[in-house]
Design a binder for this molecule. Sequence first.
Ligand code: GLU
Length: 330
Amino acid sequence: MKTAMPVSSNNPPTVGRFAPTPSGGMHLGNLFCAVMAWLAARKENGSFILRIEDLDASRCQQEFADQMEQDLLWLGLTWEEGGSKGGPNPPYYQSKCAPVYEQALNFLSEKGLTYPCFCSRGELHAASAPHRSDGAYLYSGKCRGLTSEQQQELAQKKSPAIRVRLPERHFDLYDLAQGPWSHQLTSGEDFLLRRSDGVFSYQLAVVVDDIRMGVNQIVRGQDLQICTPGQQWLWGQLGGTPARYGHIPMLTDRDGRRLSKRDRDMDLTALRQRFTAQELTGWIGFVAGFLDQPEPLSMAELVPLFRWEHLSKTEITMPESFQRRLEEGL
Ligand code: GLU
């Protein structure tokens, strides 16, 4: 299966999105992703959606979602739909979309594309559990071949999670940021659609929402690239032609660690004290390879400078000069 190549003027208008999980404050790594997604959409005169991926109520908080919106607005990002603003395809909070995911899950189950999984967390994470090249666990397939009698018997003791039944299929893909790549999908990647506690999975929700909101350009971190073949396959099962995907490099600190919610000095609360919005935009444009110097400029001024081919394909280390600038501000 081939994905679409970059758009030509005959294609429908671009609809991009940023879909953060509000399990902590926004950090520079998230912001970089939001900016790249926004620039890629605006460069094509497309529209932009902000969707809050707060499925896991135990990890997510409304105040983080509110703060993320404030941080994006501070930098000068704008969106036509989503967040607290609303729009034609509500709701924009995944925690409010359970009936939509339920319907999609039932549809897949009726097509024979799901199966109940009774494995415990311990079994899934056992020392013998196989791993993918990126370190994630592969599913052993233990519950894939259970008979309906076995399923019924097990269901009396435990409510199961639901997994997708993926085909063994080779995918040739085109990524807007990474170029051509391929992947062999196997049953070891049968991902969860719903956890045993009833919470719908990221993998199901992200595809269902991108389809129902008309998203056709997905720009996100390279850490999610490995999920793309399975998500594209799911997209085909649920709703037709998948979006174009671009997986952008992760940012790292000078020790090579990916920026994360644990880095206090890279979170937006700290960055907003030390940089103006235009200064931070300049730094983002500079590390992305769109500017020769980190000179201050507005988001609108950065749009025409956006080029997929200038963006690194591998991790970007934040320059020493940026880190020094951060420390000076302390
Ligand atoms: N909510 C996901 C995250 O914050 C991103 C999902 C996506 O872009 O597909 O990592």
